[in-house]
Design a protein around this ligand. Structure first.
Ligand code: FES
Length: 293
C-alpha cells in the first residue's frame, strides 16, 4: 500500500494510462509538474494498444501510441504506477491525499527482461500439464472425424496452430461443433478452456450451426450513416429472422459487424466471400434472390 500526500507543490495525479492519460501526463510533465500516472492494468497503453488501425484516418495505432509510451517511460517528471488502483482521495484543491493500492506482480519488475522463461517454468502450468483432468470420450460421426483429423494434421505445433485449425473446421462445416473442439484439444494437447477462449473471441467462429450463406452487414460508422440499418432491417424482414439468427431451412445466417475495411464502398455487405458495396435496401432484396436455392 502506498500513501502519497502532496502539499501545494504542483504534483498532479493522472488516472488511466491510455493514450489520453499518457498525452495529458506528457503535457503536464513538460510544463514542469511532477506527474503520478496511475493505471490499473499491468502496463500503460490502454485499448489503443489492441488496435491495428484507427478510424477514420486509418492510421496505424501503434505508430501513434508507441512514441508516447516511450516518452512516458523515460520522462523524469512522470512516475508510473501500473497495476495500481486508487482507494481513496481526501483533502481539498491544492492539497489532496491519495491512497493507492499496488497489486502484487509476482515478478521483480526491475529484473524482468520479458524473456518468457518464467512462463515455461511456471509450476502452476506444469502441474496442469502433468495431471490433466480426465477428458470425456468424444463421440463423433466417422465422416466428421476424418475431416477434422485431416485439417488438424495439416498443421504442426501446439496452440500456435489453433486459429488456422479452427478456420479450417469452420470453412468445412460452417461452425464449430463441440466434439470437433474436443478432438482438437485431445490431438494437440491444448486445454479446452483455451480453445473456447479463442473460439468465442473471434466473430468468424461460431459455436452454433450457421446457414449455408452467411450475410454480414457492416454497421460501422461510415456504413451506418449511409443507411446500413435500413439494409439490415430489409434482410430481417425478407428472411423472417433477427440479426444473429439462422433461417429454419439453414440457408441464411444474418450477422452485423463493425467496419470490414471498405468504408469507401459504404454501405457494405458480404455474402460468404462475395462483397457488395454502395447497396440500397431494394438491391439487398435482389442479392438475396441470387443465393436462394
Ligand atoms: S464502416 Fe467501414 S466498411 Fe463499413
Amino acid at each position: 500500500m502506498i500513501q502519497k500526500t502532496s502539499e501545494k507543490v504542483g504534483a498532479v495525479l493522472v488516472v488511466g494510462g491510455g493514450v489520453g492519460g499518457m498525452q495529458a501526463s506528457l503535457d503536464l510533465a513538460e510544463a514542469g509538474y511532477k506527474v503520478y500516472l496511475v493505471e490499473k492494468g499491468p502496463s500503460i497503453g490502454g485499448v489503443m494498444a489492441q488496435l491495428d488501425k484507427t478510424f477514420p484516418t486509418n492510421d496505424c495505432a501503434m505508430c501513434t501510441l508507441a512514441p508516447r509510451m516511450v516518452d512516458c517511460g523515460r520522462h523524469l517528471n512522470i512516475e508510473k504506477l501500473t497495476y495500481s488502483e486508487i482507494e481513496s482521495i481526501e483533502g481539498t484543491a491544492g492539497n489532496f491525499s491519495v491512497r493507492i493500492r499496488k497489486k502484487a506482480r509476482s515478478v521483480d519488475i526491475d529484473k524482468c527482461t520479458g524473456c518468457g522463461e518464467c512462463v515455461e517454468n511456471c509450476l502452476v502450468r506444469n502441474i496442469v500439464y502433468l495431471e490433466p483432468p480426465a477428458v470425456p470420450k468424444i463421440e463423433m460421426e466417422e465422416d466428421m472425424q476424418t475431416k477434422v483429423d485431416a485439417i488438424i494434421s495439416r498443421y504442426e505445433g501446439g496452440s500456435e496452430s489453433l486459429v488456422p485449425i479452427l478456420q479450417g473446421i469452420t470453412s468445412e462445416l460452417n461452425w464449430l461443433p463441440r466434439e470437433t473442439l474436443m478432438r482438437v484439444a485431445e490431438v494437440k494437447k491444448i486445454p479446452i478452456e483455451h480453445i473456447l477462449r479463442i473460439a468465442t473471441f473471434y466473430k468468424a467462429f461460431s459455436l452454433e450451426p450457421r446457414g449455408e450463406n452467411i450475410i454480414t452487414v457492416c454497421m460501422g460508422t461510415a456504413c451506418h450513416v449511409k443507411g446500413a440499418p435500413r439494409i439490415l432491417e430489409r434482410f430481417e424482414r425478407e428472411l423472417g429472422i433477427e440479426t444473429g439468427q439462422t433461417t429454419s431451412d439453414m440457408q441464411f445466417t444474418l450477422e452485423a459487424v463493425r467496419c470490414i475495411g471498405c468504408c469507401g464502398l459504404s454501405p457494405v455487405i458480404t455474402v460468404g466471400d462475395d462483397l457488395y458495396g454502395k447497396l440500397t435496401p431494394a438491391e439487398a432484396g435482389k442479392v438475396l434472390e441470387k443465393y436462394r436455392d
